[in-house]
Design a protein around this ligand. Structure first.
Ligand SMILES: C[S@@+](CC[C@H](N)C(=O)[O-])C[C@H]1O[C@@H](n2cnc3c(N)ncnc32)[C@H](O)[C@@H]1O
Length: 538
């Protein structure tokens, strides 16, 4: 009897974990259905009884998908138990379908992690509320305190449960800091510390830039919290429940969640924090920017990426560089598209994201075909004319765009192609809700949604002129619109950003309009991108 399993390629490692790697005859990376947006893996192996298992992930949501992940493992385990206990079963067909059930996964995994480490409760510190929102709602008794460092938005309803257990460290200017300061009055018990002359942009190296002040704020805040017993854990690293952890120091446990796109993450602060605490630094696909970039990589954003790759017309054998590859969404797409016949290079400034990118590519069976490594876009560690094709997507906003462009042109061979995508802050977000004109104008205003631009970054149509000014030829300019839809972490974040700009009465109107539009399936927020492809003269 043969048993077949179909799963998304990125999830295939789970199937192998449950059933055993060697037992499969695997066909990787096929698009099994013409309408499938992502390639699926299929495999079959000799099973004692049931002859068909179908696992279908329909999810495009981080939480739903994650739940699927958890359920899939549970379903697979259940199937294995059924198979081994009842050899008489025939023609079993099992399809997993997903229903929205809220933020269960991250909270469940964090809960499992603490159990695994034998810790009843811990101090927590991180940046993105999405990482802990579900955990606060479900297990707030396990949170001795929560420190949020330069969050880009706060949801006072989720955080109210923590009362005085909350420390918010925020900048004094910039979009994120303004949004945070707008909602702090709704959290009167929380402690707030403001970093002078600091914006704390999403990609800022927080612990490197302002480590001393953050450390002092945490020390003063934590010494007034209820004492926690020492964690009694040895220095180690490991992985459980899809979370990787690294333990340093001794004392009361302090769980360090990732700091979004921050290149150095907590590293500069680990020695001082570990002198007072048993620090447990977490990673993995469930948290922060990895979760967010991976979710975007399952969304309409991929149509923009595929449009760029189509326009670049990559030929077999050509080498392709992605500058600012993040968690590897685009290079993995490239590896699948090029059937592994091309040399693929991913460079990024962020060692933490590169670690996660390698782990995700390994899971997808694609790591052998991608060379991930550290590199600053403004000074790429590659010789002149090193690659046939170079691309970068949503990176030029975050640094010195002119130097990045000069470098990308330098490392591309004459006659090679260059493709760039940037968020378009010169085009408004489109919020698809029937609001009265005054409220519509307020939510559509510039800078209500979005993450800002670095002083020398580019996130507007000047991209096209800059490419032309570098002497590139055959310039194709094609701005694109992407719908961000309900169910994604991103639309929830955008909504929090909008709500931070509204009065309580306007917020109530907003919630009613969203509820009605969700019921009839018309709610989305569209976001624009500038995209361009050009050739380096031969
Ligand atoms: C928004 S993410 C985009 C990731 C990926 N391109 C994608 O579309 O999924 C921006 C990435 O650029 C990286 N980055 C920012 N500034 C950089 C620089 N100066 N040099 C290299 N990488 C940089 C960040 O670490 C992050 O991984």
């Amino acid at each position: 009897m043969r048993l077949s399993v179909i799963a998304e390629e990125d999830e295939w490692h789970r199937v192998e974990t449950v059933f055993g790697r060697q037992s499969f005859r695997r066909k990787a990376g096929e698009a099994l259905h013409p309408s499938a947006s992502r390639p699926k893996c299929s495999g079959s192996f000799a099973a004692p009884s049931a002859n068909t298992i179908l696992l279908a992930s329909t999810s495009r949501r981080r939480h739903r998908r994650a739940l699927w992940t958890k359920r899939a493992t549970a379903v697979l385990n259940a199937i294995r138990r059924i198979i081994s206990s009842d050899p008489g079963i025939r023609r079993t067909a099992i399809a997993t379908t997903i229903s929205p059930v809220g933020d269960l996964l991250v909270e469940a995994c964090l809960d499992q992690l603490l159990d695994h480490l034998g810790i009843a409760g811990a101090h927590f510190a991180g940046r993105s509320l999405a990482d802990v929102q579900g955990f606060i709602a479900k297990h707030s008794e396990r949170i001795a305190s929560l420190t949020l460092v330069c969050p880009t938005v706060l949801n006072p309803h989720s955080l109210a449960l923590l009362d005085a257990r909350l420390l918010v460290v925020t900048g004094d200017h910039g979009l994120g800091a303004r949004r945070v300061q707008a909602v702090l009055p709704a959290l009167p018990e929380a402690t707030a510390v403001v970093l002078d002359d600091y914006a704390g942009l999403t990609w800022a190296d927080l612990a490197a830039d302002r480590g001393e002040r953050i450390d002092t704020a945490m020390r003063e805040f934590l010494q007034h919290r209820d004492p926690l017993p020492s964690a009694g854990l040895s220095e180690q690293q490991g992985e459980t429940a899809d979370i990787s952890f690294r333990i340093r120091g001794s004392g009361p446990p302090l769980v360090l969640l990732p700091l979004d796109l921050s290149p150095g993450q907590w590293e500069p602060l680990i020695p001082t924090l570990s002198a007072r605490h048993c620090t447990i630094a977490l990673g993995g696909p469930l948290f922060g920017s990895v979760a967010s970039l991976e979710e975007r990589g399952r969304s309409g954003y991929m149509a923009v990426v595929r449009g760029l790759l189509d326009a670049l017309a990559i030929r077999p054998g050509e080498s392709v560089l992605e500058v600012g590859c993040g968690s590897g969404v685009i290079v993995r797409e490239l590896a699948r598209r090029t059937a592994r016949a091309n040399r693929l290079i991913g460079r990024d400034i962020n060692a933490y994201l590169l670690r996660e990118a390698r782990a995700l590519a390994r899971r997808a069976g694609l790591l052998d075909h991608i060379d991930f490594g550290e590199g600053r876009a403004e000074a790429l560690p590659l010789p002149d004319a090193a690659v046939d094709v170079a691309l970068s997507s949503t990176v030029f906003e975050e640094g010195d765009a002119e130097r990045m462009l000069a470098e990308i042109v330098r490392v591309t061979r004459p006659g090679g192609r260059i493709g760039i995508v940037v968020r378009a802050v010169d085009m408004p977000f489109w919020v698809n809700l029937p609001l009265d004109p005054a409220l519509k104008a307020k939510v559509d205003a510039p800078n209500v949604i979005g993450g800002g631009v670095a002083p020398k970054g580019v996130a507007d149509s000047s991209l096209y002129r800059r490419l032309s000014a570098h002497g590139l030829t055959g310039l194709k300019c094609f701005p694109q619109l992407v719908s961000v839809v309900p169910g994604s972490e991103r639309i929830e974040r955008y909504q929090q950003q909008i709500l931070a700009a509204l009065t309580p009465a306007e917020a109530a109107t907003w919630h009613r309009a969203v509820a009605a539009a969700e019921r009839d399936g018309t709610f989305f927020i569209a976001q624009s991108y500038h995209c361009a492809v050009a050739t380096k003269p031969g």
